[in-house]
Design a protein around this ligand. Structure first.
Ligand code: NDP
Length: 289
C-alpha cells in the first residue's frame, strides 16, 4: 500500500549523514523527530520544524518509521537494545554502514523483537542527499520498502535488491571496492608523475577521460566472467605481465612505494605460474574467490 504524504519519521543519529537525511525529510513534509546521543546537535533541525527528543525511548514513541544513521553495527545495538521491548510492531530502516553479516544479524535481532527491518547502503556523501546523483541500495523487508518508497525517494534513487538484509551491504562494498581501487590507482599515478614535477591536477585532467573510457570495458569483462570461459581472451594474462612489471620498475626508479601495484603483480604472476598465462585477464576473478 502506498504511504500517505505525511509518514512520520524518527531519525536516530545526527552526525553529518543523519543531519542531511533529517533535513531532507523535513523539507519533504515528513513530520520528523530527531535524537542524538550527544545533546545539542538537533538545534538547527528543531528550528526548521523537527521535534527534538531527549531520549531514544521518547524519540521512537512518536511512531512512524525509525531510521538509524549511526556510526557502526555496535552503535545500533547500543542505541536500540535498551528499548527493544518498545519496538514490537514497528518498522526500522538501518542506514548505518554495516558488513553484510552484521546487517543479517540486525535483521534476525529485529525479527526476534517483532520489528520489520530494511537495511540500506548509502552511495552518497551528505551534501548529495536529496539531490541528483545520490543512490541508496536497500534489502530486507520488501513490505517496508514498498510502503515507504516515496519517502525513500526524497533522499535518493532507491533500489531494492531482495529479502536478504545483507545484500544491499554486499553491493555497497562491491562498489566501494571498485572506488577504492580507482582512487588509490590515481594516488599511485599522481606520486609517479610528481617525481617528474607534474602536478596532481594536471594528471587528473588526463585521468578522468582515461578512467571513464576504461570503465566502458566493464560490461564486456562481466560477460566473460559470467560465461566462465576465459579461453578466447581479448587480452591474456601474459599480455598484462610486461606492463605491470614495467610499472613496478618505473615506480621503484621514481622512489614510489609499491603498496598499490604489488598486489596486482602478485595476482598476475600467480596465475601465470599456475599455467593460466594464455587465459583472459578476467580470469583474475576466479583467483579471488
Ligand atoms: P558521524 O561520525 O558524523 O556521526 C556518527 C553518529 O553516530 C553520531 O550521531 C554519533 O553520536 C552516533 N554514535 C556513534 N556511536 C554511538 C553509540 N555508541 N551510541 C549512539 N550513537 C552513537 O557519521 P556520519 O553521520 O557521516 O555517518 C553515519 C553513517 O552513515 C555511518 O555508518 C557511515 O558509514 C554512513 N555513511 C556516511 C557517509 C558520509 O559521507 N558521511 C557516506 C555513506 C555512508 P554523537 O554525536 O553522540 O557522537
Amino acid at each position: 500500500m502506498p504511504e500517505t504524504q505525511h509518514t512520520p519519521v524518527t531519525i536516530l543519529g545526527l552526525g553529518a549523514m543523519g543531519q542531511a537525511i533529517a533535513a531532507t525529510l523535513l523539507r519533504g513534509g515528513r513530520p520528523t523527530t530527531v535524537w542524538n546521543r550527544t545533546a545539542g546537535k538537533d538545534a538547527g533541525l528543531v528550528a526548521d520544524g523537527a521535534t527534538g527528543a531527549a531520549s531514544v525511548a521518547a524519540a521512537v514513541e512518536k511512531g512512524g518509521l525509525i531510521i538509524a544513521v549511526l556510526s557502526d553495527h555496535a552503535s545500533v545495538h547500543d542505541t536500540l537494545d535498551p528499548i527493544a521491548g518498545q519496538l514490537a510492531g514497528r518498522q526500522l530502516l538501518n542506514l548505518t554502514s554495516t558488513a553484510p553479516e552484521e546487517a543479517r544479524e540486525l535483521a534476525a535481532w529485529a525479527a526476534a523483537h517483532g520489528v520489520d527491518y530494511l537495511d540500506g547502503g548509502i552511495m552518497a556523501v551528505p551534501a548529495m542527499i536529496g539531490r541528483p546523483g545520490a543512490s541508496i541500495l536497500y534489502s530486507g523487508s520488501q513490505t517496508l520498502f514498498d510502503e515507504h518508497r516515496e519517502t525513500l525517494e526524497l533522499l535518493s534513487v532507491a533500489d531494492y535488491f531482495g529479502a536478504d538484509a545483507g545484500l544491499a551491504s554486499l553491493y555497497d562494498f562491491a562498489l566501494l571496492s571498485n572506488m577504492y581501487a580507482m582512487f588509490t590507482g590515481f594516488f599511485h599515478g599522481a606520486a609517479l608523475l610528481r617525481s617528474a614535477g607534474v602536478s596532481a591536477s594536471t594528471f587528473a585532467e588526463r585521468a578522468v577521460p582515461w578512467v571513464t573510457a576504461m570503465a566502458q570495458l566493464l560490461p564486456e569483462y562481466a560477460r566473460v566472467v559470467d560465461s566462465g570461459d576465459y579461453t578466447t581472451p581479448f587480452q591474456p594474462l601474459s599480455f598484462h605481465k610486461p606492463s605491470v612489471d614495467a610499472i613496478v620498475r618505473a615506480s621503484r626508479d621514481a622512489g614510489v612505494a609499491l603498496d598499490i601495484v604489488t598486489p596486482i603483480k602478485n595476482l598476475i604472476d600467480r596465475q601465470i605460474a599456475d599455467g593460466h598465462g594464455p587465459l583472459a585477464f578476467e580470469r583474475t576473478v576466479e583467483e579471488l574467490g
